[in-house]
Design a protein around this ligand. Structure first.
Ligand code: NAD
Length: 500
């Protein structure tokens, strides 16, 4: 073990004092490379206090100051894409090109935050009544918290803090303890860009840190991204403590393939979206629903492509797919494949025996493809979060749609077809927050918002885009009358004010 990851509080590194440490593993080798501080309640309180003090000035800072810092941060982020991607690969395991993709999608939200001036313009209605004007403005909410998952250690924090600080809030990030280093690199770049101390803070930690943040009286809002059981806990607890909360959960994303679809394009898309990042994406396609007679041909095409995917360490440019995050997770993913045949599936590809020469202790698993999967099997019902694709069969569009809509999850979904009418019906009838038409991973661009339905999101507002600005600001409406000395002011009137 060569490295220690600490907190970032008040514009500088603060060494962990709790005495509790978590291990960070290189998934390609299985070796523990780093220890990460796990914050105590007192350490969380220090971070929130730093953010509260910083809010006193940042909350009223000018838009010009905020955006000039964000523009400088954008340039630094752009120049450090590779460095951040390397940190991600070393702790998460995903291949370098995929890590670069995550940085690029995070940068989109920084772009949006650089243009916050137009989003915060407010509204003015003049002469709503005699000499009365009404202005609607939005103001920051205060200290806001981001709690983020392991699978996007740079992008998901960037879904949150750029808009939050652009809107005038101060931020406390609690990143995943499994891959914490990217968060500190981001903190350093923000400081280099000139962000005042205390506007952005990082507390490393686990449940102890999260639960303190959820109950801390000085925290105004909580953004969470992670698994469904924890998202539900965050939503319930933070709401009970009077906080604004958005909690994004897990997923089981379906891809409906109609008989008229371009099957080669559909197979390419299914393989890319199911096995990219080893299936550790909340927008991964984990279930293909083949409609009509296309099932056998589609499964053949997926299998042919999946067999060619090169698995290896994320820092090897030849690798297309890396290892899983932990050994325990690898074993859990494998257990779904081992149990699939007994629960009625055809196991077309079984990747559970896969290993990489020279990296025998890495968290490797190959690609698995399960056909004719039943909706009551574990492999279908649970979010596996690994490179396991289930194929289900449906006789008609209606049957396929009903199957998708019966899922408790509703994050993303996709339809593959050449029929515009069917695609239009699907957009309107499917119960999910993000829909792709011949697009398998429909992650919205930064200026739209990201979020699912049902058990994939608890709370009202999605992240980033207009919803992000709404979430990180609160409305205020100002009604103004300037008297005209030449007119009488009307005197005392106990009646409820009416506009005339
Ligand atoms: P996770 O729920 O285990 O952890 C997420 C965060 O919560 C981490 O910071 C972790 O430290 C904290 N946490 C974990 N257990 C906790 C507990 N008992 N109490 C309080 N805090 C706790 O998720 P993960 O394994 O890091 O990430 C994978 C999950 O995230 C998948 O389910 C995936 O679908 C989901 N995800 C969802 C989206 C989305 O946009 N909907 C995006 C990315 C990931």
């Amino acid at each position: 073990m060569t490295k220690t990851v600490h907190h970032w509080i008040g514009g500088k590194t603060v060494e962990g004092e709790s005495g509790d440490w978590g291990p960070v593993t290189d998934p390609a080798t299985g070796a523990v490379t780093t220890r990460v501080a796990l914050a105590s309640v007192e350490e969380v309180d220090r971070a929130v206090a730093a953010a509260r003090i910083a809010f006193q000035t940042w909350g009223t800072s000018s838009l010009a100051q905020r955006t000039s810092i964000l523009f400088r941060f954008r340039a630094l982020l752009d120049a450090n894409r590779d460095a951040i991607a390397e940190l991600i690969t070393a702790e998460h395991g995903k291949v370098h090109s995929d890590a670069l993709g995550e940085v690029a999608r995070g940068l989109e939200i920084v772009d949006l935050a650089c243009g916050i001036t137009t989003q915060l313009k407010g509204e003015l209605s003049t002469q709503v009544s005699n000499r009365v004007d009404v202005a609607a403005i939005r103001q920051p909410v205060g200290v806001v918290v981001g709690i983020t998952p392991f699978n996007f250690p740079a992008m998901v924090p960037m879904w949150m803090f750029p808009l939050a600080i652009a809107c005038g809030n101060t931020f406390v990030l609690k990143p995943s303890e499994k891959d914490p280093s990217a968060s500190l690199k981001i903190a350093e770049l923000l400081a280099e860009a000139g962000l005042p101390d205390g506007v952005f803070n990082v507390v490393q930690g686990d449940k102890v840190a999260v639960d303190r943040l959820l109950e801390h009286p000085d925290v105004a809002a909580v953004s969470f991204v992670g698994s469904t059981p924890i998202a539900r806990h965050i939503h319930t607890t933070a709401s009970a403590n009077g906080k604004r909360v958005q909690a994004l959960g897990g997923a089981k994303n379906h891809m409906l393939v109609l008989p008229d679809a371009d099957l080669d394009a559909a197979a390419d898309a299914a393989v890319s979206a199911a096995y990219g990042s080893a299936g550790e994406r909340c927008m991964a396609i984990s279930a293909v629903v083949a409609v009509g007679a296309v099932g056998d041909e589609l499964v053949d095409k997926i299998r042919e492509r999946a067999e060619k995917i090169k698995i290896g360490p994320g820092d090897d440019p030849a690798s297309e797919m890396g290892p899983l995050i932990t050994r325990a997770h690898r074993d859990k993913v494998a257990s779904y494949v081992h149990g699939a045949a007994e629960q009625g599936a055809d196991v077309v590809l079984d990747g559970t025996g896969y290993t990489v020469d020279g990296y025998e202790d890495g968290h490797w698993i190959g690609l698995s493809l399960l056909d004719k999967v039943s909706t009551d099997s574990d492999a279908y019902r649970d979010e596996i979060f690994g490179p396991v694709l289930c194929v289900l069969r449906a006789d008609t569009y209606e049957e396929g749609l009903a199957l998708i809509n019966a899922s408790p999850f509703g994050n993303g979904t996709a339809i593959f077809t050449r029929d515009g009418g069917a695609a239009r019906r699907f957009q309107l009838e499917v119960q999910a927050g993000m829909v792709g038409v011949n697009v398998p991973i429909p992650v919205p661009v930064g200026y739209h918002s990201f979020g699912g339905w049902k058990d994939s999101l608890f709370g009202d507002l999605h992240v980033y885009g207009n919803d992000g600005v709404q979430f990180y600001t609160r409305g205020k409406v100002v009604t103004t009358r300037w008297p005209d000395p030449s007119e009488p002011h009307g005197g005392v009137d106990l009646g409820f004010p009416r506009n005339h």
